[in-house]
Design a protein around this ligand. Structure first.
Ligand code: M6R
Length: 618
């Protein structure tokens, strides 16, 4: 939540405004309630900020330009304290206007600090928690005469989650940042250095990044990067090379990022599966730094995630329990630590997160580790907090996901969960090597099958355009089709602002069937007829029950499943896959349906209302 960009360039270099505005364009997915920028020029600061999307700030800058500068800081906001107004937009200034500061996160003790500052005579122009930090850092600077030290002193006073970046009129060419529980990465350029909420902020200029640790203060100039911890000691950091370039974060001719990211799914899954076999043909997960003996002795797995990531976890539960016979629970990150979960040294906690920054998931990870559990992160973002704090990480290789709605990251997470399940099954002796290899071979075929689904989506798009006026849409599924149904409903809620719910087919008769009325559209994700027991037949019965009450059925079933035909008002066919792997293909039509319907309604698909890509507050 909130995107931050900082830049320190050489005195004869390019205008910092362009660099930071470009960074903000790439950060806008993190929040779009307001945007602002501050530059340091000729011994003073100059700032512009505006409520609404970045385009509003761009318009303001064209009417009221900023002076040329080589140092700047920018911010895109997802509002927490105070509404999305011009006054609450960042940057915020000190009383004398000589310091400006931007912030991502929530300062939990801000009310007490604000009251104290008011007692001491300060006045504020916004309702934000951020403005107190601007006052405090400026005061500390006046006392100690060093911006880095001032930032460090104030960071120690603050509680909660924060990334702060500050510029001071008296400290030319310098940006100082601090982070606790909120992301900040450094970009090491040639003759210029960068700060960003993630590497997309500066990817156009450099692919060399430095991961900052928890509770660190960083100071950049055009030719130096210095990092200390909150105690003031030099800090250890990790440098890494970003393995994607600026083109990966461009729309590339698509109407929006989401459409592009849906189309990138065959690659995202293929890349996530790539290079997982060792020379002996064993499944090998390099980033899995947990002792094999510890993994053999686990007696419970708890999968944690939020939103779409939690649905990937639900799919994982079916696969892991079936392949490994280890009891597996799925918990929402936001609920986990508050219910006093039974977690021991024999519990493996799997934390799934695209961004690696979701605060609810991060707090659950910390709680699990405090209880002695081993934590394995499944994550798409190198250098982010969750994999850094976990005992091990299995990276998904979906590439940057810019649209707020998760698509390719979901399929990549599901693929990574399969890898984990198979790895544990191999390690614990639940499956023979040839059995693991056979499933991996089936998995290897899935990217082509996703491509086949993508190639056949025109009727789904037409259906979505036809249904643009729908007010309620239901989704039914069973077994691994149940999380797919919930994911389909979530996509429609967040993009089209339509009331949508995903139900387990078996639960229909326990209540939800009362919602069915003539003409109500219901998507049904049908399991393979080759699957276990009579599940396929049971879902057909569910379809008959809702049709009998007038529902309009839109059925997703595998090719060759002729038994469903008579019950489908619309039939969407997907290639045959083994039952457990089906979510990788059955989810795709639901994503396409949601994006097309939202476009038909004229919504901003990449930046749906009230949401942000990375939810870094609890
Ligand atoms: O970055 P994360 O995977 O931890 O994000 C978790 C959820 O916030 C995220 O999946 C959210 O539900 C998506 N916007 C859904 O499309």
């Amino acid at each position: 939540m909130c995107g931050i960009v900082g830049y320190a360039g050489p005195v004869d270099g390019v205008d910092a405004l362009g660099v930071v505005m470009e960074g903000l364009r790439r950060m806008e997915y993190r929040g779009y309630d307001s945007a602002g920028i501050v530059v340091q020029a000729q011994g003073a600061l100059a700032a512009r900020k505006k409520a609404g999307k970045l385009a509003n700030l761009e318009e303001l800058l064209s009417l009221d330009p900023l002076p040329l500068a080589v140092t700047a800081v920018g911010h895109t906001r997802w509002a927490t304290h105070g509404g999305p107004t011009d006054e609450n937009a960042h940057p915020h200034h000190s009383a004398d206007g000589r310091l400006a500061l931007v912030h991502n996160g929530i300062i939990e003790n801000y009310a007490a600090l604000r009251a104290q500052l008011v007692d001491e005579g300060a006045s504020f122009t916004s309702e934000t928690d951020t403005e107190i930090a601007a006052h405090l850092v400026a005061r500390a600077y006046d006392e100690v005469g060093d911006l880095t030290e001032a930032m460090r002193l104030v960071a120690n006073q603050l509680q909660g989650a924060f990334t702060l970046l500050a510029l001071h009129a008296d400290v030319p060419g310098t940006v100082v940042g601090a982070r606790r529980n909120s992301p900040l990465v450094v970009g090491r350029g040639k003759g210029a250095n960068f700060l960003g909420s993630d590497v997309a902020a500066f990817i156009e200029h450099t692919r060399e990044a430095i991961e900052l640790g928890q509770d660190q203060v960083v100071t950049i100039t055009c030719d130096s990067i210095e990092v200390i911890d909150f105690a003031g000691a030099p800090a250890t950091t990790r440098a890494y090379h970003v393995d994607w370039d600026a083109r990966a974060a461009e729309k590339g001719g698509y109407p929006n990022f989401m459409a592009k990211e849906i189309d990138e799914q065959p690659r995202a899954v293929a890349d996530t599966l790539l290079g997982r076999m060792d020379q002996r043909g064993h499944l090998a997960l390099d980033e899995l730094r947990i002792d094999a003996s510890a993994l053999r002795s686990i007696d419970k797995i708890v999968v944690i995630g939020c939103g779409t990531a939690s649905y990937a976890g639900q799919v994982a539960k079916y696969a892991i329990e079936h392949w490994c016979r280890v009891p597996t629970e799925v918990e929402l990150g936001s609920e986990f630590r508050y219910r006093d979960p039974v977690v021991t040294a024999k519990t493996l906690v799997v934390a799934i997160s695209q961004s690696g920054e979701t605060m609810d998931t991060l707090m659950a990870v910390r709680h699990a580790r405090e209880q002695g559990a081993k934590v394995l992160a499944i994550c798409n973002t190198h250098g982010s907090t969750i994999p850094r704090e976990a005992d091990a990480v299995l990276y998904t290789h979906a590439g940057p996901e810019v649209a707020v709605a998760a698509t390719k990251s979901f399929l990549a997470q599901v693929a990574a969960c399969y890898l984990l399940g198979l790895y544990l099954a191999q390690l614990r002796g639940n499956k023979f090597e040839d059995e693991v290899r056979a499933i991996l071979a089936q998995l290897a075929r899935v990217p082509d099958q996703i491509q086949q689904v993508l190639n056949s989506m025109e009727p789904v798009r037409a259906l979505a355009r036809q249904m643009a006026d729908a007010r309620v849409v239901l989704f039914l599924g069973r077994h691994v089709g149940f999380p797919v149904a919930m994911e389909g409903a979530l996509k429609l809620k967040e993009l089209a602002y339509i009331h949508a719910e995903g139900f387990a087919g078996g639960e229909l008769k326990h209540g939800p069937i009362a919602l069915i009325e003539p003409g109500l559209p219901v998507f049904v994700v049908v399991p393979s007829p080759r699957g276990r027991d009579s599940l396929h037949g049971k879902v057909i019965s569910n379809i008959q029950e809702i049709r009998a009450r007038g529902a309009r059925t839109i059925v997703i079933a595998e090719e060759g499943d002729d038994a469903v035909r008579p019950y489908a008002d619309t039939l969407i066919q997907v290639p045959r896959t083994p039952t457990l792997l089906a979510p990788l293909v059955t989810t795709v039509p639901l994503q396409v349906f949601a994006v097309e319907l939202a476009m038909a309604k004229g919504h901003d698909v990449d930046q749906p209302r009230n949401l942000a890509k990375s939810v870094t507050v609890e």
